[in-house]
Design a protein around this ligand. Structure first.
Ligand SMILES: Cc1cc2nc3c(=O)[nH]c(=O)nc-3n(C[C@H](O)[C@H](O)[C@H](O)COP(=O)(O)O)c2cc1C
Length: 402
Protein backbone atom coordinates (compact mmCIF):
# COMPACT_ATOMS: atom_id res chain seq x y z
CA UNK A 1 0.00 0.00 0.00
CA UNK A 2 1.19 3.51 -0.78
CA UNK A 3 -0.22 6.67 0.78
CA UNK A 4 0.76 9.87 -0.94
CA UNK A 5 -0.18 13.50 -0.97
CA UNK A 6 -1.66 14.42 -4.33
CA UNK A 7 -2.28 18.12 -3.62
CA UNK A 8 -2.79 20.31 -0.55
CA UNK A 9 -6.10 18.73 0.37
CA UNK A 10 -5.98 15.38 -1.40
CA UNK A 11 -4.33 12.10 -0.39
CA UNK A 12 -4.27 8.84 -2.32
CA UNK A 13 -4.33 5.35 -0.81
CA UNK A 14 -3.15 3.00 -3.53
CA UNK A 15 -3.13 -0.81 -3.31
CA UNK A 16 -1.10 -3.01 -5.62
CA UNK A 17 -2.66 -6.31 -6.60
CA UNK A 18 -0.06 -8.75 -7.84
CA UNK A 19 -1.98 -11.89 -6.92
CA UNK A 20 -4.97 -11.57 -9.20
CA UNK A 21 -4.37 -13.57 -12.38
CA UNK A 22 -7.21 -12.21 -14.51
CA UNK A 23 -8.91 -8.82 -14.13
CA UNK A 24 -12.67 -9.34 -14.56
CA UNK A 25 -11.73 -13.04 -14.90
CA UNK A 26 -10.70 -12.17 -18.46
CA UNK A 27 -7.65 -9.94 -18.77
CA UNK A 28 -4.18 -11.15 -17.68
CA UNK A 29 -2.22 -8.98 -15.27
CA UNK A 30 1.47 -9.72 -15.88
CA UNK A 31 2.36 -6.42 -14.20
CA UNK A 32 -0.47 -6.44 -11.65
CA UNK A 33 -2.96 -3.63 -11.17
CA UNK A 34 -3.46 -0.85 -8.64
CA UNK A 35 -6.64 0.31 -6.91
CA UNK A 36 -6.55 3.99 -5.98
CA UNK A 37 -8.86 5.53 -3.40
CA UNK A 38 -8.68 9.25 -2.57
CA UNK A 39 -9.54 11.39 0.43
CA UNK A 40 -10.15 15.15 0.39
CA UNK A 41 -9.78 17.20 3.52
CA UNK A 42 -11.98 20.28 3.15
CA UNK A 43 -12.11 22.85 5.94
CA UNK A 44 -15.68 21.75 6.62
CA UNK A 45 -16.11 18.35 5.02
CA UNK A 46 -14.04 15.21 4.67
CA UNK A 47 -14.76 13.21 1.56
CA UNK A 48 -13.59 9.79 0.49
CA UNK A 49 -13.67 8.94 -3.22
CA UNK A 50 -14.14 5.27 -4.07
CA UNK A 51 -12.91 2.30 -2.07
CA UNK A 52 -10.97 -0.85 -2.98
CA UNK A 53 -11.84 -4.54 -3.53
CA UNK A 54 -13.27 -6.45 -0.60
CA UNK A 55 -10.19 -8.57 -0.03
CA UNK A 56 -8.24 -5.36 0.73
CA UNK A 57 -10.95 -4.04 3.11
CA UNK A 58 -9.22 -4.80 6.39
CA UNK A 59 -5.98 -3.11 5.38
CA UNK A 60 -7.83 -0.24 3.75
CA UNK A 61 -9.83 0.55 6.89
CA UNK A 62 -6.70 0.34 9.08
CA UNK A 63 -4.72 2.58 6.70
CA UNK A 64 -7.58 5.05 6.53
CA UNK A 65 -7.60 5.22 10.33
CA UNK A 66 -3.98 6.34 10.14
CA UNK A 67 -5.13 9.36 8.13
CA UNK A 68 -8.51 10.27 9.57
CA UNK A 69 -11.00 9.59 12.34
CA UNK A 70 -13.51 7.50 10.36
CA UNK A 71 -16.41 9.15 12.17
CA UNK A 72 -15.37 12.46 10.60
CA UNK A 73 -15.88 11.22 7.01
CA UNK A 74 -18.98 13.01 5.73
CA UNK A 75 -19.37 11.42 2.31
CA UNK A 76 -18.12 8.60 0.16
CA UNK A 77 -18.30 9.57 -3.51
CA UNK A 78 -18.96 6.30 -5.34
CA UNK A 79 -18.11 7.13 -8.95
CA UNK A 80 -18.88 3.63 -10.25
CA UNK A 81 -20.30 0.62 -8.49
CA UNK A 82 -18.03 -2.09 -9.94
CA UNK A 83 -16.56 -4.13 -7.10
CA UNK A 84 -12.96 -3.08 -7.61
CA UNK A 85 -14.08 0.35 -6.36
CA UNK A 86 -17.06 -0.49 -4.19
CA UNK A 87 -15.86 -3.70 -2.54
CA UNK A 88 -15.03 -2.02 0.78
CA UNK A 89 -18.17 0.13 1.09
CA UNK A 90 -19.82 -2.08 3.70
CA UNK A 91 -16.63 -2.38 5.77
CA UNK A 92 -16.29 1.40 5.63
CA UNK A 93 -19.87 2.12 6.64
CA UNK A 94 -19.60 -0.17 9.67
CA UNK A 95 -17.11 2.27 11.21
CA UNK A 96 -17.65 5.54 9.34
CA UNK A 97 -21.02 5.95 10.99
CA UNK A 98 -21.64 9.51 9.78
CA UNK A 99 -20.76 8.79 6.16
CA UNK A 100 -23.38 8.98 3.40
CA UNK A 101 -22.84 7.80 -0.16
CA UNK A 102 -23.01 10.18 -3.11
CA UNK A 103 -23.40 8.70 -6.57
CA UNK A 104 -25.03 9.23 -9.95
CA UNK A 105 -28.83 8.86 -10.13
CA UNK A 106 -28.38 5.60 -12.04
CA UNK A 107 -26.10 4.18 -9.35
CA UNK A 108 -28.60 4.61 -6.51
CA UNK A 109 -30.48 1.44 -7.40
CA UNK A 110 -27.23 -0.42 -8.04
CA UNK A 111 -26.11 0.35 -4.47
CA UNK A 112 -29.42 -1.02 -3.26
CA UNK A 113 -29.21 -4.10 -5.47
CA UNK A 114 -25.62 -5.03 -4.66
CA UNK A 115 -25.25 -3.80 -1.06
CA UNK A 116 -28.83 -3.58 0.17
CA UNK A 117 -28.22 0.04 1.14
CA UNK A 118 -31.33 1.96 2.08
CA UNK A 119 -32.38 5.21 0.46
CA UNK A 120 -31.32 7.37 3.39
CA UNK A 121 -27.74 6.08 3.01
CA UNK A 122 -27.38 6.78 -0.72
CA UNK A 123 -27.94 10.21 -2.25
CA UNK A 124 -27.81 10.96 -5.93
CA UNK A 125 -26.02 14.01 -7.29
CA UNK A 126 -27.07 15.88 -10.39
CA UNK A 127 -24.84 16.71 -13.30
CA UNK A 128 -22.85 19.87 -12.55
CA UNK A 129 -23.86 19.97 -8.88
CA UNK A 130 -21.22 21.46 -6.61
CA UNK A 131 -20.55 20.90 -2.95
CA UNK A 132 -18.78 23.43 -0.77
CA UNK A 133 -16.29 21.45 1.28
CA UNK A 134 -14.75 24.50 2.95
CA UNK A 135 -11.89 26.18 1.12
CA UNK A 136 -12.72 24.47 -2.18
CA UNK A 137 -15.69 23.03 -4.02
CA UNK A 138 -16.20 19.57 -5.44
CA UNK A 139 -18.28 19.42 -8.64
CA UNK A 140 -19.89 16.24 -9.94
CA UNK A 141 -19.94 15.51 -13.66
CA UNK A 142 -22.05 12.65 -14.98
CA UNK A 143 -20.05 10.78 -17.61
CA UNK A 144 -22.24 7.75 -18.34
CA UNK A 145 -20.96 4.64 -20.10
CA UNK A 146 -17.33 4.94 -19.09
CA UNK A 147 -17.83 1.98 -18.91
CA UNK A 148 -21.13 1.40 -17.07
CA UNK A 149 -24.28 3.53 -17.20
CA UNK A 150 -23.58 4.74 -13.64
CA UNK A 151 -20.15 6.29 -14.18
CA UNK A 152 -19.34 9.84 -13.15
CA UNK A 153 -16.30 11.96 -12.32
CA UNK A 154 -15.72 14.71 -9.82
CA UNK A 155 -13.55 17.79 -9.94
CA UNK A 156 -11.92 19.67 -7.08
CA UNK A 157 -12.05 23.15 -8.51
CA UNK A 158 -9.30 25.22 -6.90
CA UNK A 159 -6.75 22.44 -6.76
CA UNK A 160 -7.69 21.30 -10.27
CA UNK A 161 -7.90 17.58 -9.48
CA UNK A 162 -10.11 15.46 -11.75
CA UNK A 163 -11.13 12.17 -10.13
CA UNK A 164 -11.86 10.20 -13.27
CA UNK A 165 -12.40 6.67 -11.89
CA UNK A 166 -11.88 4.09 -14.66
CA UNK A 167 -11.41 6.67 -17.41
CA UNK A 168 -7.70 7.41 -17.97
CA UNK A 169 -6.81 4.31 -15.96
CA UNK A 170 -4.32 1.58 -16.74
CA UNK A 171 -3.24 -1.89 -15.70
CA UNK A 172 0.09 -2.20 -13.88
CA UNK A 173 0.85 -2.18 -10.15
CA UNK A 174 2.58 1.01 -9.00
CA UNK A 175 5.30 -0.59 -6.87
CA UNK A 176 5.42 2.16 -4.27
CA UNK A 177 5.16 5.03 -6.75
CA UNK A 178 2.11 7.17 -7.50
CA UNK A 179 2.87 9.88 -10.05
CA UNK A 180 3.56 9.96 -13.78
CA UNK A 181 7.01 11.49 -13.28
CA UNK A 182 8.07 8.69 -10.90
CA UNK A 183 7.35 5.71 -13.16
CA UNK A 184 8.49 4.46 -16.56
CA UNK A 185 5.57 5.93 -18.47
CA UNK A 186 6.20 3.81 -21.57
CA UNK A 187 5.20 0.76 -19.54
CA UNK A 188 2.07 2.36 -18.09
CA UNK A 189 0.93 3.92 -21.37
CA UNK A 190 1.25 0.50 -22.96
CA UNK A 191 -0.78 -1.00 -20.13
CA UNK A 192 -3.25 1.90 -20.39
CA UNK A 193 -3.72 1.07 -24.06
CA UNK A 194 -4.40 -2.57 -23.19
CA UNK A 195 -6.78 -1.51 -20.40
CA UNK A 196 -8.55 0.81 -22.86
CA UNK A 197 -8.80 -1.80 -25.61
CA UNK A 198 -10.07 -4.47 -23.22
CA UNK A 199 -12.49 -2.51 -21.06
CA UNK A 200 -13.31 0.94 -22.37
CA UNK A 201 -13.09 0.58 -26.16
CA UNK A 202 -16.68 -0.55 -26.71
CA UNK A 203 -17.80 2.78 -25.26
CA UNK A 204 -15.23 4.94 -27.00
CA UNK A 205 -17.74 7.47 -28.31
CA UNK A 206 -18.53 8.22 -24.66
CA UNK A 207 -14.85 8.99 -24.02
CA UNK A 208 -14.98 11.64 -26.73
CA UNK A 209 -18.29 12.97 -25.35
CA UNK A 210 -16.91 13.15 -21.81
CA UNK A 211 -13.70 14.90 -22.87
CA UNK A 212 -15.67 17.38 -25.01
CA UNK A 213 -18.05 18.02 -22.14
CA UNK A 214 -15.27 18.64 -19.62
CA UNK A 215 -13.38 20.81 -22.12
CA UNK A 216 -16.48 22.87 -22.91
CA UNK A 217 -16.84 23.58 -19.19
CA UNK A 218 -13.34 25.06 -19.30
CA UNK A 219 -12.11 22.92 -16.41
CA UNK A 220 -8.54 23.76 -15.67
CA UNK A 221 -7.45 20.31 -14.66
CA UNK A 222 -3.94 20.16 -13.26
CA UNK A 223 -4.05 16.59 -12.02
CA UNK A 224 -5.81 13.49 -13.40
CA UNK A 225 -6.45 11.05 -10.57
CA UNK A 226 -7.78 7.74 -11.94
CA UNK A 227 -8.75 4.65 -9.95
CA UNK A 228 -6.12 2.43 -11.58
CA UNK A 229 -2.54 3.26 -12.50
CA UNK A 230 -0.43 6.38 -12.12
CA UNK A 231 -1.74 9.82 -11.20
CA UNK A 232 -0.96 12.29 -13.98
CA UNK A 233 0.39 15.37 -12.25
CA UNK A 234 3.42 16.20 -14.33
CA UNK A 235 1.64 15.97 -17.70
CA UNK A 236 -2.13 15.53 -17.21
CA UNK A 237 -2.91 16.21 -20.88
CA UNK A 238 -0.91 13.17 -22.01
CA UNK A 239 -3.31 10.46 -20.86
CA UNK A 240 -6.37 12.45 -21.97
CA UNK A 241 -4.88 12.85 -25.47
CA UNK A 242 -4.00 9.14 -25.56
CA UNK A 243 -7.54 8.13 -24.62
CA UNK A 244 -8.94 10.46 -27.29
CA UNK A 245 -6.57 9.12 -29.96
CA UNK A 246 -7.45 5.50 -29.06
CA UNK A 247 -11.14 6.41 -29.19
CA UNK A 248 -11.08 7.78 -32.73
CA UNK A 249 -8.98 5.60 -33.46
CA UNK A 250 -5.89 6.95 -35.17
CA UNK A 251 -4.59 4.03 -37.25
CA UNK A 252 -0.97 2.94 -37.22
CA UNK A 253 0.53 1.61 -40.45
CA UNK A 254 0.58 -2.09 -39.56
CA UNK A 255 -1.01 -5.45 -40.27
CA UNK A 256 -2.37 -7.81 -37.61
CA UNK A 257 -2.40 -11.54 -38.36
CA UNK A 258 -4.57 -13.71 -36.11
CA UNK A 259 -4.51 -17.42 -36.76
CA UNK A 260 -5.23 -20.82 -35.25
CA UNK A 261 -3.41 -23.93 -36.38
CA UNK A 262 -3.45 -27.50 -35.06
CA UNK A 263 -0.83 -29.16 -37.24
CA UNK A 264 1.10 -26.18 -38.57
CA UNK A 265 -0.34 -25.79 -42.09
CA UNK A 266 -2.21 -22.54 -41.49
CA UNK A 267 0.77 -21.39 -39.45
CA UNK A 268 3.04 -21.94 -42.51
CA UNK A 269 0.76 -19.62 -44.48
CA UNK A 270 0.81 -17.07 -41.64
CA UNK A 271 4.62 -17.06 -41.60
CA UNK A 272 4.85 -16.59 -45.36
CA UNK A 273 2.26 -13.78 -45.23
CA UNK A 274 4.25 -12.19 -42.41
CA UNK A 275 7.35 -12.18 -44.65
CA UNK A 276 5.38 -10.66 -47.51
CA UNK A 277 4.05 -7.85 -45.33
CA UNK A 278 7.49 -7.16 -43.89
CA UNK A 279 8.94 -6.87 -47.39
CA UNK A 280 6.73 -3.78 -47.82
CA UNK A 281 8.29 -2.21 -44.72
CA UNK A 282 5.05 -2.49 -42.76
CA UNK A 283 5.09 -3.78 -39.18
CA UNK A 284 3.30 -7.08 -38.56
CA UNK A 285 1.79 -8.22 -35.26
CA UNK A 286 1.17 -11.95 -35.61
CA UNK A 287 -0.80 -13.93 -33.02
CA UNK A 288 -1.44 -17.62 -32.58
CA UNK A 289 -4.89 -17.20 -31.04
CA UNK A 290 -4.58 -20.50 -29.17
CA UNK A 291 -1.55 -19.28 -27.27
CA UNK A 292 -1.96 -15.54 -26.79
CA UNK A 293 -4.71 -14.16 -24.59
CA UNK A 294 -7.21 -12.06 -26.53
CA UNK A 295 -6.36 -9.12 -24.25
CA UNK A 296 -3.06 -8.60 -26.07
CA UNK A 297 -4.64 -9.19 -29.48
CA UNK A 298 -7.28 -6.50 -28.91
CA UNK A 299 -4.56 -4.02 -28.00
CA UNK A 300 -3.02 -4.46 -31.45
CA UNK A 301 -6.36 -4.60 -33.28
CA UNK A 302 -7.35 -1.26 -31.75
CA UNK A 303 -5.27 0.85 -34.13
CA UNK A 304 -4.73 -1.63 -36.98
CA UNK A 305 -6.21 -0.68 -40.37
CA UNK A 306 -5.63 -4.13 -41.91
CA UNK A 307 -6.10 -7.61 -40.42
CA UNK A 308 -5.96 -11.15 -41.77
CA UNK A 309 -7.59 -14.11 -40.05
CA UNK A 310 -6.17 -17.60 -40.55
CA UNK A 311 -8.20 -20.71 -39.77
CA UNK A 312 -8.35 -24.38 -40.63
CA UNK A 313 -11.83 -25.76 -41.20
CA UNK A 314 -12.73 -27.40 -37.92
CA UNK A 315 -15.90 -29.45 -37.59
CA UNK A 316 -17.25 -27.60 -40.64
CA UNK A 317 -16.69 -24.29 -38.86
CA UNK A 318 -14.06 -21.66 -38.08
CA UNK A 319 -11.39 -22.78 -35.59
CA UNK A 320 -12.72 -22.24 -32.02
CA UNK A 321 -9.97 -19.90 -30.79
CA UNK A 322 -10.56 -17.67 -33.83
CA UNK A 323 -14.29 -17.65 -33.06
CA UNK A 324 -13.37 -16.51 -29.56
CA UNK A 325 -11.32 -13.58 -30.90
CA UNK A 326 -14.12 -12.68 -33.33
CA UNK A 327 -16.62 -12.58 -30.47
CA UNK A 328 -14.47 -10.07 -28.60
CA UNK A 329 -13.80 -7.94 -31.69
CA UNK A 330 -17.54 -7.87 -32.33
CA UNK A 331 -18.50 -6.95 -28.77
CA UNK A 332 -15.80 -4.26 -28.66
CA UNK A 333 -17.02 -2.94 -32.05
CA UNK A 334 -13.57 -3.11 -33.60
CA UNK A 335 -14.57 -4.21 -37.11
CA UNK A 336 -15.93 -1.14 -38.86
CA UNK A 337 -13.46 1.02 -40.75
CA UNK A 338 -10.87 -1.75 -40.99
CA UNK A 339 -9.91 -4.13 -43.80
CA UNK A 340 -9.76 -7.89 -43.31
CA UNK A 341 -8.77 -10.89 -45.35
CA UNK A 342 -8.85 -14.65 -44.79
CA UNK A 343 -6.40 -17.52 -45.17
CA UNK A 344 -6.17 -21.13 -44.04
CA UNK A 345 -5.95 -24.84 -44.77
CA UNK A 346 -8.66 -27.48 -44.84
CA UNK A 347 -9.00 -31.20 -45.43
CA UNK A 348 -12.13 -31.88 -47.45
CA UNK A 349 -14.52 -28.91 -47.25
CA UNK A 350 -13.70 -25.18 -47.08
CA UNK A 351 -16.85 -24.24 -45.17
CA UNK A 352 -14.89 -22.24 -42.54
CA UNK A 353 -14.17 -19.50 -45.05
CA UNK A 354 -17.72 -18.63 -46.07
CA UNK A 355 -18.72 -18.64 -42.38
CA UNK A 356 -15.77 -16.41 -41.49
CA UNK A 357 -16.53 -14.12 -44.42
CA UNK A 358 -20.11 -13.71 -43.19
CA UNK A 359 -18.94 -12.91 -39.65
CA UNK A 360 -16.40 -10.33 -40.83
CA UNK A 361 -18.92 -8.66 -43.12
CA UNK A 362 -21.52 -8.45 -40.38
CA UNK A 363 -18.90 -6.87 -38.10
CA UNK A 364 -18.35 -4.09 -40.62
CA UNK A 365 -14.94 -5.10 -41.99
CA UNK A 366 -14.16 -4.27 -45.62
CA UNK A 367 -13.16 -7.60 -47.11
CA UNK A 368 -9.94 -7.94 -49.08
CA UNK A 369 -10.35 -10.67 -51.70
CA UNK A 370 -9.34 -13.11 -53.04
CA UNK A 371 -8.78 -15.14 -49.88
CA UNK A 372 -5.98 -17.67 -49.66
CA UNK A 373 -7.25 -21.18 -48.92
CA UNK A 374 -5.34 -24.40 -49.43
CA UNK A 375 -6.51 -28.00 -49.42
CA UNK A 376 -4.03 -30.16 -47.53
CA UNK A 377 -0.44 -29.08 -46.97
CA UNK A 378 0.73 -25.80 -48.54
CA UNK A 379 3.00 -26.37 -51.56
CA UNK A 380 5.95 -24.10 -52.42
CA UNK A 381 3.70 -22.28 -54.87
CA UNK A 382 1.03 -21.85 -52.13
CA UNK A 383 3.71 -20.32 -49.91
CA UNK A 384 4.76 -18.05 -52.74
CA UNK A 385 1.13 -16.97 -53.10
CA UNK A 386 1.02 -16.39 -49.35
CA UNK A 387 4.00 -14.01 -49.64
CA UNK A 388 2.21 -12.16 -52.45
CA UNK A 389 -0.93 -12.03 -50.29
CA UNK A 390 1.26 -10.45 -47.58
CA UNK A 391 2.66 -7.87 -50.00
CA UNK A 392 -0.88 -6.95 -51.05
CA UNK A 393 -2.19 -6.37 -47.54
CA UNK A 394 1.06 -4.63 -46.57
CA UNK A 395 0.59 -2.20 -49.45
CA UNK A 396 -3.00 -1.66 -48.36
CA UNK A 397 -1.78 -0.75 -44.86
CA UNK A 398 0.69 1.73 -46.40
CA UNK A 399 -2.27 3.74 -47.68
CA UNK A 400 -2.92 4.70 -44.06
CA UNK A 401 0.42 6.51 -43.83
CA UNK A 402 -0.10 10.16 -42.92
C1 LIG B 1 -11.02 -32.14 -35.08
C2 LIG B 1 -10.81 -31.80 -36.52
C3 LIG B 1 -11.88 -31.42 -37.29
C4 LIG B 1 -11.72 -31.12 -38.62
N1 LIG B 1 -12.81 -30.75 -39.35
C5 LIG B 1 -12.67 -30.50 -40.66
C6 LIG B 1 -13.78 -30.12 -41.46
O1 LIG B 1 -14.89 -30.03 -40.98
N2 LIG B 1 -13.59 -29.86 -42.77
C7 LIG B 1 -12.35 -29.97 -43.35
O2 LIG B 1 -12.21 -29.71 -44.53
N3 LIG B 1 -11.27 -30.32 -42.61
C8 LIG B 1 -11.39 -30.58 -41.29
N4 LIG B 1 -10.31 -30.92 -40.55
C9 LIG B 1 -9.00 -31.03 -41.20
C10 LIG B 1 -8.19 -29.76 -41.07
O3 LIG B 1 -8.90 -28.66 -41.54
C11 LIG B 1 -6.90 -29.92 -41.85
O4 LIG B 1 -6.16 -30.98 -41.28
C12 LIG B 1 -6.05 -28.68 -41.89
O5 LIG B 1 -4.94 -28.88 -42.72
C13 LIG B 1 -5.55 -28.33 -40.51
O6 LIG B 1 -4.80 -27.16 -40.59
P1 LIG B 1 -3.69 -26.83 -39.48
O7 LIG B 1 -2.51 -27.72 -39.74
O8 LIG B 1 -3.37 -25.39 -39.68
O9 LIG B 1 -4.30 -27.11 -38.16
C14 LIG B 1 -10.45 -31.21 -39.21
C15 LIG B 1 -9.37 -31.58 -38.43
C16 LIG B 1 -9.54 -31.87 -37.11
C17 LIG B 1 -8.36 -32.27 -36.28
Amino acid sequence: MTVGRVSDRVYCLSYDDKDLDLFESLWPLPLGVSYNSYIIFGDEKTILLDTVPQRFSERFIEDLKGLVDLKSIDFLVSHHLEHDHSGSILALLREAVNCKILCSPFAVNLHKAFFNLSENMVKSVNDGMSMDIGGDTLTFHLTPWLHWPDTMMSFLNLEGVLFSCDAFGSFGALNGKLFDNEVDLNIYLDEAKRYFSNIVVGYREHVIKAVEKLSSLGLNFKIIAPSHGPIYKFNPRLIVDKYVSWSKPEFEVKVVLIYGSMYGHTKMLAEAIDMGVESTGVRVASFDASRVNVSFILKEVLDAPVLAFGTPTYDANVFPTILNVLDFIEVKKLGAGRYASIFGCYGWGPSAYSILMGRLKSMGFNLVEPFLTVRGAPSPSDLDNAKKFGVKIGELALKFKK
